[in-house]
Design a protein around this ligand. Structure first.
Ligand code: HEM
Length: 179
């Protein structure tokens, strides 16, 4: 997983809980470089999972909620750094529909070693759509957090229902309906 994901995660922890918490979760997790990440480096995604588990223990916030909140936080980074993808998608549904065939394709060109999920769009209508997430990293709550913020960014009110297609969370469907 790209270093930018780790650096943004640690920044979120610092903003929300303070630097002592950053120190504590780095010390408690099994990290190859003791938490020294560079944005363009590539690291084992299990390190992120370890740090989230440690943060959960100290904050009492459930793991899925922490991952969703991280998705909310990471969205700001995406929106500030990749404006073009938003400009070329006039609505939320256009944007979500473009992740797999366009956005993540461009990401892969920039970072050939990026570990990206796969998305399939189903039943795309003007008022509802289904987005099917598949990834062995099982980060659908991160996707949920990103989708929530994308809706806010487009000024569109939506209801998002998540359903597991695989029990382990490696395949999930999001039904997104305009309110
Ligand atoms: C401007 C738009 C976007 C850009 C530039 C972008 C880029 C990226 C990058 C760089 C990664 C990390 C790859 C790695 O660590 O190897 C990533 C992962 C991921 N992206 Fe996107 N992304 C965008 C939008 C979205 C949206 C809207 C969603 C949600 C529906 C999404 C879902 C995910 C998920 C869940 C991962 C984690 C990896 C996994 O689950 O396997 N992305 N993306």
């Amino acid at each position: 997983m790209k270093g930018i994901v780790f650096t943004e995660f640690l920044e979120m922890v610092e903003d929300a809980f303070g630097y002592e918490m950053v120190d504590r979760i780095i010390a408690e997790s099994d990290l190859a470089n003791d938490g020294a990440y560079t944005a363009v480096g590539t690291y084992n995604h299990a390190e992120l999972v370890d740090m989230i588990a440690s943060l959960h223990q100290h904050s009492d916030i459930p793991v899925p909620e922490l991952i969703r909140l991280f998705g909310n936080y990471f969205f700001n980074h995406l929106h500030s750094n990749y404006r073009g993808f938003f400009d070329s998608a006039p609505t939320l549904f256009d944007f979500l529909d473009s992740i797999h065939g366009h956005i993540h394709v461009e990401v892969r060109k920039l970072y050939s070693d990026a570990e990206l999920p796969s998305f399939e769009t189903k039943d795309l209508t003007p008022s509802a759509m289904e987005l099917i997430y598949s990834s062995e990293r099982k980060l659908s709550d991160f996707a949920l957090g990103l989708i929530e913020k994308a809706a806010e960014q487009y000024g569109e009110s939506v209801q998002i229902q998540k359903e597991l297609l695989e029990k382990d969370g490696s395949k999930v469907t999001f039904r997104i309906e305009k309110l």
